[in-house]
Design a protein around this ligand. Structure first.
Ligand code: FAD
Length: 412
């Protein structure tokens, strides 16, 4: 069929892509299919969304509207964060956090455990309070936090069914400012890691692992809880807007406003603005989550192989994420730090380095991001057997299973 993901590094092997316009059309398509999966905005870098020989449901035409309630917002299975954030803000509400880009769908993001940054901010799936799901038999079921299966379904890897609606917790709207600091000496990053992570609502460190210092630290602060800092443990305020890959010569044109200019949460929490191509564009990505307490040791371990990693890299990002109880969330069971790699589009060379990287991070029980490139998923998910049983019960014929799930989840 020739359609591919956002990065263009995976061509879907499904026989057909269909575009249902109503929930009933989704139900009919699922009931009729032998193999089927939903597509989000296609921002994953692997075959997690594919259904070789089956049908892909592109939900873009499924407009189920946006309902803002008291402390919640309910959106459709195809909604992208950027589609309703402004409307939410205008109604006086905010989502607690966003990923680096608003271009991704809520359903696709929470399915893979997508996250933003912030030591006290869990991944985006933690905001989900209810999920409406089309199950393998074409049935329509709603699961809420009151259901025992709920923590297994939210980071569901698209394995349990097609999500047609999600309800998310919201908080009162807030404004954010971004301040970027250049050149954080590595020894200061190691010694003051906790204080740096606590320097704002959301903190990101950008590095290529081999430079003498962390190239940039982005501090996103709530305007109502801002602390003025003339410097950050030796890092100095940037003299202009920065792209995360500034060191690779990329201009900041597609980034959200920096240099302390306040603005609404939805226009500062993502690094990249909705109207532009996010990140670099021509790239691949990988990411590994290690326990928060091991962050400095894990960073040191990657720096030891910096010479292997850096030639393939555009930039790396280090972010902290609060833990949650969702069974397949990479942050299940405790706070984690994510070591992210934006690679040059040289997949065979990247894939040769990933096992080396994973070996280095294995002592920390590193979990890979489900939506990015990785070699293997270690059995570091205590509820994995429960997830397998849950999916087997909802989808006994394996309609929603695919080679990715067989390789990494079901062990087939
Ligand atoms: C430039 C860029 C920046 C990124 N930044 C971040 C970041 O800051 N943090 C982070 O954690 N990740 C990040 N990612 C990764 C991205 O957030 C994830 O890959 C996310 O899953 C993409 O969502 P999507 O809508 O594109 O889903 P897709 O890639 O289309 O699908 C992902 C999975 O969700 C399933 N799915 C999608 N919709 C539904 C539905 N309605 N019902 C059931 N299953 C469904 C699919 O079947 C598939 O299994 C980034 C990716 C890119 C390309």
């Amino acid at each position: 069929m020739g359609e591919s993901n956002w990065a263009g590094n995976h061509t879907y092997g499904a026989d057909a892509v269909t575009t249902p316009r109503t929930v009933d059309e989704v139900r009919a398509a699922v009931a009729a299919a032998t193999h089927v999966k939903a597509l989000g905005s296609r921002h994953c870098f692997n075959d997690i969304a594919d259904s070789p020989g089956g049908v892909l449901l592109d939900l873009r035409a499924l407009d189920t509207g946006v309902e803002i309630g008291d402390g919640t917002v309910t959106v459709g299975g195809s909604a992208r964060y950027g589609d309703f954030a402004q409307q939410l803000h205008a109604a006086g509400y905010a989502l607690p956090n966003l990923a680096s880009l608003p271009h991704i769908t809520v359903a696709g993001s929470v399915a893979t455990g997508t996250h933003g940054s912030g030591r006290r901010q869990p991944g985006l799936a933690a905001a989900v309070s209810a999920v409406e799901l089309v199950t393998a038999d074409g049935g329509l079921r709603t699961f809420t936090r009151a259901d025992a299966a709920f923590p297994g379904l939210v980071v569901g890897l698209g394995a349990a069914g097609v999500v047609t609606r999600l309800t998310l917790d919201v908080v009162p709207a807030f404004d954010v400012r971004q301040d970027v600091f250049d050149g954080l000496p590595w020894d200061a990053a190691y010694r003051h890691f906790d204080e740096i992570e606590d320097a704002g609502y959301s903190v990101s460190m950008f590095t290529n692992w081999v430079n003498d210092a962390v190239d940039q630290v982005w501090v996103k602060s709530r305007v109502d809880a801002f602390t003025e800092r003339p410097e950050l443990f030796g890092a100095v305020p940037a003299d202009g807007p920065r792209h995360p890959a500034h060191a690779a010569g990329i201009p900041a044109d597609n980034c959200t406003p920096q240099q302390g200019v306040p603005g609404p949460w939805h226009d500062r929490l993502p690094h990249f603005a909705l109207a532009f191509t996010p990140s670099v564009g021509d790239e691949l990505q990988s990411e590994y989550f290690v326990p928060y307490r091991d962050a400095v040791a894990a960073v040191r371990a990657v720096r030891e192989i910096g010479d292997l990693v850096a030639p393939l890299l555009l930039v790396s990002e280090i972010r902290a994420i609060a833990g949650d109880d969702l069974w397949l969330s990479p942050c299940h069971g405790g706070d984690r730090v994510a070591l992210h790699f934006t690679w040059q589009p040289r997949q065979p060379e990247v894939e040769a380095v990933l096992p080396v990287l994973e070996e280095r991070l294995a002592p920390f029980g590193a979990r890979p991001h489900w939506g990015k490139l990785f070699d293997a998923v270690p059995e570091h998910y205590p509820r994995l057997a429960d997830f397998r049983a849950l999916v087997a019960g909802l989808d006994p014929q394996g309609k929603f299973r695919n080679p990715f799930l067989e390789r990494h989840v079901f062990g087939g």
